[in-house]
Write a protein that binds this ligand. Structure first.
Ligand code: SAH
Length: 353
């Protein structure tokens, strides 16, 4: 590690703004030693804000119907091999009941962009969850909708919204998505969600086809601009029935480095060690926490639909019961000196000590 790189990491930790050139240098000149230093600083910031707690979110993958055709995604509409399913309201509430008993206090409803779930159906589901579990947070991850719809879902009780921007570079966005989709609209959605009052999460895939250092620097600058409450990043992993079937996956090493950088860039951010990270390396989630992450999102979906919500190949935990997923993660986190908590795990705006 050169003094120059150490100096950049120190400046990031002191909340100084790095220029495009400096961020480029940091990403391009990284080595194992600089990564170790970065992770040590990221952990120290994370411990100051969130201690050694790891927040959990119970992920309910409630539909794999999707009207979009994102080139990377296994549930894209053109994938005729995907076996489609939708959970009923009762099935979703059942997941919440099981999850509540296991200690989850945040439920994440994630799905493809499925027109069946209009505002009426969704507000009914959200208000039932909030009525049954008033001490729980509801996070939505349903893609792009109009402002009135986001407002209606918020009014029904939704607390948070995850909408990864996927890449903050226009050309790269066009490489990953059909023409009907645009980065400008994605960003507009994110700003609207924030205005409405959601805790908002964006994020990108690491190592998606065509991604350059420049794209990643655009991502980091966009994160600083949006200043989200959550950032979800994970490696791109190919799915065999998509146009990107033969593309290489993103690496553990670069994903971890970016997690560390994001912890310093946005000290208070909620930062998950994702399932995709756990998929490319058996200790991926542990390493993600040790790089500055503070959230894990075990799966609460019914076991009989798990193997149908396949965004990418070899996804882990598709055969496990919710209870197994939670206790497995608890063991894993305890193994590295962290503790799963049963709280809502809200964003902390200020450092607590
Ligand atoms: N329809 C929702 C949820 C999308 S799935 C939405 O648009 O927000 C959640 C995330 O999975 C996506 O945002 C994307 O970043 C990630 N994902 C999709 N395909 C992937 C792949 N092949 N490898 C890694 N991550 C992928």
């Amino acid at each position: 590690m050169t003094d120059n790189i150490k100096h950049l990491i120190d400046r990031l930790e002191q909340s100084q703004t790095l220029s495009r050139e400096e961020l480029t240098l940091l990403l391009e000149c990284r080595d194992q030693q600089s990564a170790d230093y970065l992770f040590e600083r990221a952990r120290s910031v994370r411990h100051r804000v969130y201690g050694r707690e790891v927040f959990t979110r119970g992920l309910i993958e409630f539909t794999n119907y999707c009207k979009n055709d994102c080139y990377y995604c296994g549930i894209r509409k053109s994938n005729a091999a995907a076996e489609r399913y939708r959970l009923s309201k009762e099935q979703i509430l059942d997941c919440c009941r099981v999850g509540y008993g296991l200690g989850f206090r945040t439920f994440v409803l994630q799905g493809g962009e499925d027109g069946y779930f209009n505002d009426d159906r969704l507000t009914g589901i959200i208000s039932s969850i909030k009525a049954g579990y008033p001490d729980c947070a509801v996070t939505l991850s349903l893609g792009e909708r109009n402002r009135a719809s986001y407002q209606a879902l918020f009014d029904a009780g939704a607390d948070r919204y995850l909408l990864r921007h996927e890449t903050a570079n226009d050309n790269h966005y066009a490489r990953l998505h059909p023409e009907a989709m645009s980065l400008a609209h994605r960003k507009q959605c994110l700003f609207q969600l924030k205005e409405i009052g959601y805790q908002v999460g964006c994020g990108m895939m690491v190592g998606s086809p065509g991604q350059t250092t420049d794209c990643l620097v655009d991502d980091l600058l966009f994160l600083k601009e949006l200043n989200p409450h959550m950032v979800g990043i994970g490696p791109f992993i190919p799915h065999h029935d998509t146009p990107f079937a033969d593309e290489p996956a993103g690496t553990l090493e670069l994903t971890l480095f970016l997690l560390g950088v994001i912890r310093l860039l946005l000290p208070n951010v909620l930062l998950p060690a994702t399932t995709a990270l756990g998929t490319i390396h058996p200790l991926g989630r542990e390493k993600g926490i040790e790089a500055g992450g503070n959230v894990v999102m075990p799966n609460l979906s019914p076991v009989d639909v798990r193997n149908k919500y396949l965004l990418y190949d070899n996804k882990i935990c598709t055969g496990d019961e919710a209870a197994e997923c939670r206790s497995c993660l608890q063991r894993r986190m305890e193994g590295i000196g962290y503790q799963l908590t049963a709280s809502r795990g809200d964003y902390r705006a200020t450092v607590t000590n």
